[in-house]
Write a protein that binds this ligand. Structure first.
Ligand code: C2E
Ligand code: MG
Ligand code: MG
Length: 548
């Protein structure tokens, strides 16, 4: 046989093996063996021996053998049929299981979405879902020129009730209130729990003010009957503030804030409900009005930055600064970040604040560099920044625009902010770190991060929380924590910064424990940019740092 014929044969065998099932091939082999044996036996019985002539004769004349000759086809057909049926059944089983798994995955996904968008205690939509529905309603109201209303409702004296009867009873009351509110509103309206004892009602389509008032009265009536808390029956009143679109605001944010202002006014006047008026702003709590003013503050350049030096322990030099923002408010004076950053985080404005801080701070570092003062800068960032896909492009763009090296920028964040959505935060951190930017964990020791997870993050620095450093001298437990954090950081190959260094004792102790850099009022409080430059250049100051 030629080589090509052999090749064709072997290809055919391969093809047969690939397309015929094992059952069919075994069946055919057994049938062929049966034919051979039967033919030999017939030849032996008829001629007394097995000869070629005898075999040929048997095959020509024996009808039983003819029938037997057909058997390989029967076996082949049967084998292939059986395996096809089995394959089909197996396929059907896989499809069944896949469908079941898919259904389970969908159920888990639905549950997860539900939990993210609903309040656990009352099962009402939470702040996240409310924000979504509000944005959507405002969009439609703009488009179709509809009137809508946003109402904020807060229970009167809830804190007292909670303190007097206990949290469990407080929760029980909130659940009952939620149930009555749900019953008092229409299908198309949203009632959400926005936190504590505060509820928000969204009426996406009203014909006018009267509709909103009508609903507010309905709600007040629904709360009139006493609440049954087992041992006690309670009368509960609520205050409702109403803001109307388009009269009182054209964005979800404005409407919510104004409804809250109106609610405080209703509380003060004990009027049950009121509609927003400008003059109510004066008496409303500062927190409420600040939310509305924060966006304008950014536009009006009311935020300002201060820089606090970080001193490198080995070289005794100022090598970097931490940038800290403040709000110079026209009426309230300087508002500290601890008051307005949480507001910015709550309203989603934090991304704009962070973008502004990064822009200003990196520009300042570039300016100093050109003036011969080489400094690194630490910028604080929040959870939402870590989930902002633009963060990476923003920082790398700003570094390039100011001709700075990525290693000059440290991004500080708390353990908690990373843990809120570990996977997303880790991805962002890895991208940032791969470009050379350094990641620092701020206020270390106050969060609840897992050390195992921390060690896989691209973290270059940890900052011991100032509460441990401030009273190191008087509190041996805190002194031990400081010691342990320094060792931990070094074992994980990270630099350790001590912040809140207020005394010479803390300064010397941290130096002794081989902390890498120090920051605190003992060295310098946060300074304005020009003061910082003067401080760094001031040789007597520098000598002070050296001489300590
Ligand atoms: P932080 O990042 O832990 O900043 C250190 C805080 O400690 C600063 O408070 C600083 O003024 C204060 N401090 C410095 N030295 C001492 C000291 O010796 N003793 C004491 N008791 N405190 C000292 P500040 O400026 O009020 O900032 C508070 C927090 O607000 C910061 O804590 C940071 O988490 C946040 N923050 C400040 N600026 C920003 C910002 O631009 N963006 C974000 N997301 N957060 C910011
Ligand atoms: Mg910080
Ligand atoms: Mg800190």
């Amino acid at each position: 046989m030629s080589h090509s014929t052999l090749q064709v044969l072997s290809d055919n065998v391969k093809l047969l093996k690939a397309s015929a099932s094992k059952h069919a091939i075994y069946g055919v082999l057994i049938a062929v063996m049966a034919i051979v044996v039967a033919t030999f036996m017939v030849s032996f019985v008829e001629h007394g021996e097995v000869t070629l002539d005898g075999i040929v004769n048997a095959q020509k004349t024996n009808v039983a053998l003819w029938l037997l000759n057909l058997s390989p086809f029967g076996f082949a057909f049967w084998g292939q049929y059986v395996s096809n049926v089995m394959a089909f059944q197996a396929g059907a089983m896989v499809v069944d299981q896949t469908n079941e798994l898919r259904a389970q995955a969908q159920a888990i996904e639905r549950r997860a979405t539900y939990e993210v968008t609903h309040d656990r205690l009352t099962n009402l939509p939470n702040r996240v879902l409310l924000q979504d529905r509000l944005d959507q309603a405002v969009h439609i109201a703009h488009r179709d020129q509809l009137n809508m209303a946003v109402m904020v409702m807060d229970l009167d004296r809830f804190k007292e009730i909670n303190d007097a009867l206990g949290r469990d009873q407080g929760d029980r009351l909130l659940r009952q209130v939620a149930a009555r509110l749900k019953a008092a509103v229409q299908e198309t309206e949203t009632i959400a729990r926005s936190g504590g004892d505060e509820f928000v009602l969204l009426l996406p389509k009203i014909s006018g003010e009267q509709d909103a008032i009508h609903t507010a009265v309905n709600i007040s009536n629904a709360l009139k009957a006493a609440f049954d808390l087992g041992q006690s029956k309670l009368d509960v009143q609520a205050s409702i503030g109403i803001a109307l679109f388009p009269e009182h605001g054209s964005s979800a944010e404005d409407l919510l804030q104004r409804a809250e202002v109106a609610m405080y006014s209703a509380k003060q006047e004990k009027s049950g409900y009121t509609i927003y008026e400008d003059k109510q702003e004066i008496n409303s709590p500062r927190r409420v009005t600040l939310v509305g003013e924060l966006r304008q503050a950014l536009e009006r350049d009311e935020l300002l930055l201060q820089y606090q030096p970080k001193v490198d322990v080995k070289s005794n030099q100022v090598t970097a600064v931490e940038v800290l923002s403040r709000w110079r408010h026209p009426r309230h004076g300087v508002i500290p970040p601890e008051e307005f950053i949480p507001l910015a985080e709550r309203t989603g404005l934090i991304k704009i604040v962070t973008a502004w801080v990064l822009k200003k701070a990196l520009h300042q570092i570039g300016e100093w560099s050109r003036a011969g003062i080489e400094l690194g800068v630490s910028v604080n960032i929040s959870t939402q920044d870590l989930h902002d896909q633009e963060l990476y492009d923003r920082v790398t763009g700003l570094l390039a625009a100011n001709r700075l090296d990525a290693s000059q920028l440290v991004l500080e964040m708390t353990e908690t902010s990373i843990m809120i959505d570990k996977e997303r935060a880790t991805n962002m951190l890895q991208r940032l770190a791969s470009s050379g930017i350094r990641i620092s964990i701020d206020d270390f020791g106050t969060g609840y991060s897992s050390l195992a997870h921390l060690s896989v993050l691209p973290v270059k620095e940890i900052k011991i929380d100032k509460s441990f450093v401030i009273d190191m001298q008087d509190n041996p437990k805190h002194a031990n924590i400081v010691h342990a954090i320094i060792d931990l950081g070094h074992n994980l190959n990270m630099k350790v910064v001590g912040e809140g260094v207020e005394s010479e004792y803390a300064y010397r102790e941290l130096q002794r424990l081989r902390c890498d850099s120090l920051q605190g009022e003992y060295l310098s409080k946060p300074l304005m940019a020009d003061e910082l430059a003067a401080w760094v250049l001031d040789t007597s100051r520098t000598r002070k740092v050296h001489s300590i």
